[in-house]
Design a protein around this ligand. Structure first.
Ligand code: C5P
Length: 218
């Protein structure tokens, strides 16, 4: 009962998605994957064929696509213009292009507004992304910033998708650099966020720690 917003931010491969879903399930909350929203918009931009460096054209596509996703941690679906894009948004083309699309201020303004609306409608929700504690939900009840060593992040990600560790490490480093240096809402730890280094921790340990932090906050 009541409103409760947990913001989970951190770089790619820090364990955000697994941990956020598990936490939401274990406390009976909704779950919002904001990265999936940026990925779905990126899929629509790639499909449209517009130049990724043309911010105005990218923003126009973003404004026109009918993006839908749910907030059930057990499965939230993602559709763009009625087409399920759940598999496509995890593919290499979208992953390579998403940071460029997410750097366009008009795209962020659009998605941040959508995210705030979804959060307001949910009541209890775990929200994961890059700018949740700092921009999307500055009033969150608990803000967590997950980190892990670059090696641990690359190893985890390549175990998930059977990709080459070195190539994955290079991709993560590239996305982190783009995400932290962009002008609009860069990846950043909110001053009031609890930092948790997950390098040496298992998923269950991280979820248990977050449940403790949540209980401490009432
Ligand atoms: O979390 P995930 O890896 O799916 O996010 C994909 C990309 O979406 C990130 O690399 C980042 O460029 C962008 N993103 C963002 N802000 C968020 C969530 C994701 O800019 N809140």
């Amino acid at each position: 009962a009541g409103r409760c917003v947990v913001a989970v931010d951190g770089p790619s491969g820090s364990g955000k998605s697994t941990v956020s879903r598990r936490l939401a399930t274990s406390v009976g909350a909704r779950y919002l994957d904001t990265g999936a929203m940026y990925r779905a918009i990126t899929w629509a931009v790639l499909r449209s064929g517009v130049d990724l460096t043309d911010a105005e054209a990218v923003a126009k596509v973003a404004g026109e696509v009918d993006l839908r996703l749910g907030t059930d941690p057990a499965g939230y679906g993602v559709t763009a213009d009625g087409v399920s894009v759940e598999a496509e948004i995890r593919g290499p083309e979208v992953t390579a292009a998403v940071s460029a699309v997410a750097a366009v201020p008009a795209v962020r303004a659009l998605l941040v507004a959508r995210q705030r609306e979804m959060i307001a409608n949910a009541g209890r929700i775990v929200v994961e992304g890059r700018d949740i504690g700092a921009v999307v939900a500055p009033d969150a009840d608990l803000k967590v910033y997950l980190t892990a060593s670059a090696a641990a992040r690359a190893t985890r990600r390549s175990a998930e998708d059977a990709s080459d560790v070195a190539a994955t490490a290079a991709d993560l480093a590239r996305r982190d650099r783009l995400d932290s240096t962009r002008k609009a809402d860069p990846l950043a730890q909110a001053p009031d966020a609890v930092e948790l280094d997950t390098t040496e921790l298992g998923i269950d340990e991280v979820v248990a720690r977050l449940r403790e932090l949540l209980a401490d906050r009432g």
